[in-house]
Design a protein around this ligand. Structure first.
Ligand code: CIR
Length: 260
């Protein structure tokens, strides 16, 4: 298999992560050392898969800054700097724009748009956007205007009971997804959907790198289902980050290198 070179923009976990935004879960203590160890394991896994890591500066006054996924949408042709639905998180954008500008031409969402990258799934020329508390109709409309020249069609997907579309479902191959059916409207997306097993909601958030799935530990039934279907998995612990309502995809912006 040809491995496409990829850069991952990431950011260390802020010392203030205990003050993170929470929407659908109760606050419980976050063990910073354990969270950082899990984050390190995730970055090591990316490195082992041949991904080049580019680290943004630590922002200790931005509790959620590790979750870089929410700040941008990276397409092959360009990237869009988002306008996160949680106002405090907009302080993360400047350093992301600076780093991303080296890889892609940038467009920026403007008020009154709000949109979190965690709500965005790109499948070919379709961009699905979760209809959540973080992403509004202006965000969807602006994303459509910005990406139309490259032939993208932006389509809203209903989400219930979780923070982002990508807390409910992630894309694991072309037209193929893993998700918790109760959390999102799979009929709005088409394609094949593997359902997470009971009690394994976290398995809905899986990060795909060159056909390999980085998959959250502690979800054995869904893990077997995906392995039996022929997927190649690397399992990492992510339960400490989950206390901040974050997951595996949230911790990186993956940038496939463009052929010259
Ligand atoms: C937030 O509420 O913004 C953070 N505590 C969690 C963000 C997780 N990001 C993601 O799922 N893409």
């Amino acid at each position: 298999m040809f491995n496409q070179p990829i850069t991952a923009i990431v950011r260390p976990i802020s010392a203030s992560i205990a003050k993170c935004e929470l929407t659908h879960i109760d606050r419980e203590p976050i063990n910073l050392k354990r969270a950082r160890a899990q984050h390190r394991q995730l970055l090591d896994t990316l490195t082992n898969l041949g991904v080049t890591i580019e680290e943004l500066p630590l922002l200790d006054d931005q509790p959620d800054a590790v979750f870089v996924e929410d700040t941008a949408i990276v397409l092959d042709e360009m990237a869009v700097i988002t306008r996160p639905g949680a106002i405090i998180r907009r302080g993360e954008l400047a350093t992301v724009s600076q780093a991303l500008a080296k890889h892609r031409e940038l467009a920026t969402l403007r008020a009154p748009a709000t949109l979190d990258g965690g709500d965005v799934i790109v499948n070919g020329r379709t961009i699905f956007v979760g209809l959540t508390s973080r992403s509004n109709s202006d965000g969807i409309a602006q994303l459509q205007e910005i990406t139309r020249p490259w032939g993208y069609v932006v389509s809203g997907v209903r989400v219930n009971g979780c923070l982002h579309l990508k807390s409910a479902v992630t894309r694991i191959a072309a037209d193929t997804y893993v998700g918790k059916p109760e959390f999102y409207d799979s009929s709005a997306m088409g394609g094949t959907h593997f359902a997470t097993a009971a009690g394994e909601d976290a398995a809905a958030n899986t990060c795909v790198v060159n056909d390999i799935l980085i998959f959250p530990a502690g979800n054995p039934t869904t893990e077997s289902k995906l392995r039996n279907a022929g997927f190649d998995l690397r399992v990492v612990a992510a339960d400490e980050l989950a206390k901040a309502e974050g997951a595996i995809t949230c911790c990186s912006l993956l940038i496939p290198h463009r052929s010259q």
